[in-house]
Design a protein around this ligand. Structure first.
Ligand code: ZN
Length: 134
């Protein structure tokens, strides 16, 4: 009985505590924080966790943490993974509301192609952090 109460207490505390970033996603949180600082917006990245499935590739969950759909993640290139996580961080950590209808930006719903992101990464990041600041 006592062991059961201790177990329940630990379970309750962990459920109420802050969300921990999954190990595979830690480098993406750090990369976002580094780029944010470089672009004059020093913010703490929101925790990111994998979930099995979502109706989209990722979601900012009530502004507190980011959920990434593992089934989508497994189909993305490294560049697209960064684009996705930076987009969700913009919602969660920078307060980006809604999406632009413009294509090939980190503020639109669609993840840019790997090649496009690779070639235009610098200007895409400037645009992302600039528009959030203004
Ligand atoms: Zn979005």
């Amino acid at each position: 009985m006592r062991a059961c109460l201790v177990f329940l207490t630990i379970l309750t505390l962990s459920a109420c505590g802050s969300v921990q970033t999954d190990a595979e996603l830690e480098s993406y949180v750090s990369a976002f924080e580094l780029e944010a600082k470089r672009h004059g917006v020093p913010v703490k990245g929101s925790p990111m966790v994998f979930v099995k499935k979502l109706s989209t590739a990722g979601i900012c969950h009530h502004g507190s943490h980011i959920e990434i759909a593992k089934d989508w993640w497994d189909t993305l290139t490294e560049y697209q993974r960064e684009a996705l996580t930076f987009h969700e961080q913009a919602h969660c950590a920078l307060g980006l509301k809604g999406h632009t209808s413009k294509q090939n930006t980190l503020r639109s719903k669609a993840i840019p192609s790997s090649h496009f992101y690779k070639v235009n990464r610098g200007s895409l990041l400037v645009e992302l952090f600039d528009t959030v600041q203004n």
